[in-house]
Design a protein around this ligand. Structure first.
Ligand SMILES: [Zn+2]
Ligand SMILES: [Zn+2]
Length: 331
């Protein structure tokens, strides 16, 4: 089942990469990456042109339609542009940038091979709080019924643990959506991982080495990156050789990139929240900012004129109605 899903992802990716017409027209001037010859804005294979333009323009607030499946797009001419310095004379290395004054992750890169893969399970990443994870002391990591695994955000390695051995390293962890992590990042990590495993030096060929460079696309003083530029090239062969832009977005959700705050798209909200997964009885006052379980003494004290009884998931109360859980009944 898993390998079938992965195969589909890889096929989708190859189709995307092979569509010569898909060349993006982003202006990533501040990224310091040669984005090649500009072409006309492409026809969008999944009908999300408005979304691409929103990312191209680095709009602060972007709503991604629930049916949007476009996780990445060819970047520039689709090829990485590495310097001799990046290749490091063919020697294994990892180079991480210092966090900027806002605590944001910069360029991360390295030359990787099978000999340096981790020999242990990855530890917890929870000690790191990347920018955009919280805002004004409040977690932005809300749950949605339509997001796999529930939570919108994951701590995402710019350089995958399975390749780089990096663990709770704050210079290599960004706040990324579940969609970005699984549909974008993971698909490419697996492609490279599989290549390096296959070319591990035991099949009569020298061990292959892949250069990976990841440039987070942070705009202005925004805490959440709009996406990343992911470039990779194998030193010994042409099987790995690409530059893509992966969108940090979540279908069905509107994201404020300045703060990381997020909420369900108005257009994708169901009429009746009681039909959603995990719907529970809650009570709130239409003049207040808290919600309660029905048995809470503060719920019972709400004036009948303002009292609202609702059956909805907890995430509906916090993300859609923007209410805080009562500190007494802790709903
Ligand atoms: Zn290779
Ligand atoms: Zn209460």
């Amino acid at each position: 089942m898993i390998s079938k899903t992965r195969k589909l992802l890889l096929i989708l990716m190859m189709v995307l990469l092979s569509l010569a017409a898909i060349a993006c027209d982003f202006d990533f001037g501040s990224l310091g990456v040669d984005d090649g010859e500009k072409t006309d804005t492409p026809d969008n294979p999944t009908g999300t042109t408005a979304s691409i333009e929103a990312f191209q323009n680095h709009e602060k607030i972007i709503s991604t339609p629930l049916d949007d499946e476009l996780a990445f797009i060819q970047y520039g001419d689709g090829l990485p542009h590495f310097t001799d310095d990046d290749w490091n004379g063919g020697e294994y290395y990892i180079r991480l940038s210092d966090l900027d004054e806002l605590g944001r992750v910069g360029v991360t890169q390295g030359l990787f091979d099978e000999a340096h893969f981790p020999d242990h399970e990855r530890g917890s990443l929870s000690s790191v709080t990347p920018t955009g994870w919280k805002y004004n002391g409040k977690s932005n990591n809300h749950t949605y019924s339509f997001v796999s695994n529930g939570y919108i955000y994951n701590r995402c390695h710019t350089l995958a643990f399975s390749i780089s051995s990096l663990e709770a390293e704050k210079r290599a962890l960004i706040t990324g959506t579940r969609f970005f992590n699984i549909e974008g990042n993971y698909a490419y990590e697996e492609l490279i991982l599989d290549h390096l495993k296959e070319m591990d030096g035991t099949n009569g060929e020298p061990m292959h080495q892949v250069l990976i460079k990841v440039t987070p696309d942070f705009h202005d003083d925004y805490l959440l990156c709009h996406g990343i530029v992911y470039e990779a090239d194998c030193l010994q062969c042409d099987d790995i050789d690409f530059a893509v832009y992966m969108f940090n977005k979540q279908p069905g959700v509107t994201i404020n990139y300045a703060t990381g705050e997020n909420w369900a798209n108005e257009s994708d909200m169901p009429e009746d929240p009681s039909t959603l997964l995990g719907a529970t009885d809650y009570v709130y006052s239409s003049t207040g900012d808290k919600f309660h379980v029905p048995s809470c003494r503060y719920a019972e004290a709400i004036n009948e004129d303002y009292r609202v009884e609702i059956k909805a998931p907890r995430s509906w109360m916090t993300d859609t109605l923007h209410l805080d859980p009562c500190g007494v009944c802790k709903p």
